[in-house]
Design a protein around this ligand. Sequence first.
Ligand code: PGA
Length: 249
Amino acid sequence: MRKNIVAGNWKMNNDLPQTEALIADLLKQNQTSRAEVMIAPTAVNLFQAFHNTINSNIEVVAQNMHFAENGAYTGEVSASMLKSVGINTVILGHSERRAYFNETDELLAKKVDTALKNDMRVIFCFGEELSDRKAGNEEKVVGNQIKNALFHLNASAFKNIVLAYEPVWAIGTGETASPEQAQDMHKFIRQTLNTKYSEQVSQDMSILYGGSVKPANAKEIFGKPDVDGGLIGGAALNAEDFYAIINAF
Ligand code: PGA
């Protein structure tokens, strides 16, 4: 079943005291919508964040993980390590991982496989660059990102996948895709899933929009029929703003 989800991607922000303070602030907020709420602190603070949210409806998720089960990968974090500290969902394919850490569709396909094999849920991110959109290639680029990383999977695997469309030109820039641009792309994504898999897979898929979502624009974006939630960066670092977005549903 399609769910409304609002996930806060904290990126490389908040040390341990700041993480605990922000969680304490989040726990004081009032949720009036039924959206699922997730936060993604940095890996080093996941253990504590999990403990501090244990009696709440906030799910703590990871921002990244390695594709290998374990081994000589200095500095990396595995699926089983995440699971052992209570983390069952991982964000994969964020544009910052693609751009600064050379993550390719091929590598992401392996990470997706490892996460699913470990019974984790994946929030799979993708989105076009400004140059792609200017050239009118946004659907082609997004279609390829989805096909290359996910279309080797069986239909049943999509139960554990959430998609996050994040146009690179809208991330952290203050420039949001218009609600119509988001809707058009989400509809295209659903059609792509329908063509490859089935109406059922496409209708059950939760597709989040990410890129400069703020309290002021969330309602309009979430009001579109194919937008099921948001992946929030900057505005997720403030508890009141984050809950204003969650309550925009
Ligand atoms: P932003 O980030 O909300 O700060 O644009 C979104 C994201 O990177 O997920």
